[in-house]
Design a protein around this ligand. Sequence first.
Ligand SMILES: [Cu+2]
Length: 304
Amino acid sequence: MPLLRNSTQAVDNVFLFILAISVALLAGIVITMLYFVVRYRRSRNLEPENIEGNLLLEIVWVIIPLIIVMAMFFYGLQGFRFIRTVPPNAMPVKVFAQMWHWTFEYENGRTTDQLLVPKGRPVRLVITSRDVVHSLFIPAFRIKEDAVPGMQTYLWFLPDKTGYYDLFCSEYCGERHSSMITKVQVVSAEDFSRWYVTEPAKHDGEAEKGGAALLQKKGCLACHSTDGTKKIGPTFKGLAGSRVTVVTAGKEHEIIADDEYLRRSVMDPQADIVKGYPPVMPPQKDAISPDELSEILEYIKGLK
Ligand SMILES: [Cu+2]
């Protein structure tokens, strides 16, 4: 059996093996069936014969399928073990799933919303969820694993060709599930180390700093707009200081969107639900630090 190099191989080998056996079986059965239809047609066999058992034949049709099925099992097991055994030199990346956004965190604390990896080095993804069950799927590398709140799961893969590959959520997780799609970008080892050591603030443009960048990074913009557009949640434009009709514990009332209200809406979103919107936002206590929240609010207040 060939030595496995990556997960794509591990899965495709078994798939092609089973496919080949299935095609051979299908052809064998159909050909035999057609032959029998002609050979034993009614005009030639008016009187049916009585057939006794045949021990040899019975042994053969138990043993051969057994060998085939066991071969599928061992071939599959080999691939499964390969996929579940992370090479020791793998680069760890933390993955956080949340409605409806992916965040990738590198060892140096750097976070991104696209997965950037160097060519030729295995990558270990340590996956968890900040709200509901999601599932991380990278079809090009044939890997998929659930993202479960309160639990860590893992995947690994070997990016051996540069380029962009789809990465998306494959566990229906609510209204904007389909927007949980991003890319894996495989770059050369040199390009990667250059990017890895660059300070994000120097690297990214002015506009990407502070609150605006945080809104993007934390996934807020999946549901909230900054230009007045109505999305899953209310827009941030003109929000600060405005009058908002909210539902608190089943009772409707008006509230002024002051600092306290804005903070509560991020950290404990279920406390007051803005009228006309679904109560779907998860609390951000663990995802956004007090300093980050202050920066975000500063930015939101500027959106007149
Ligand atoms: Cu999801």
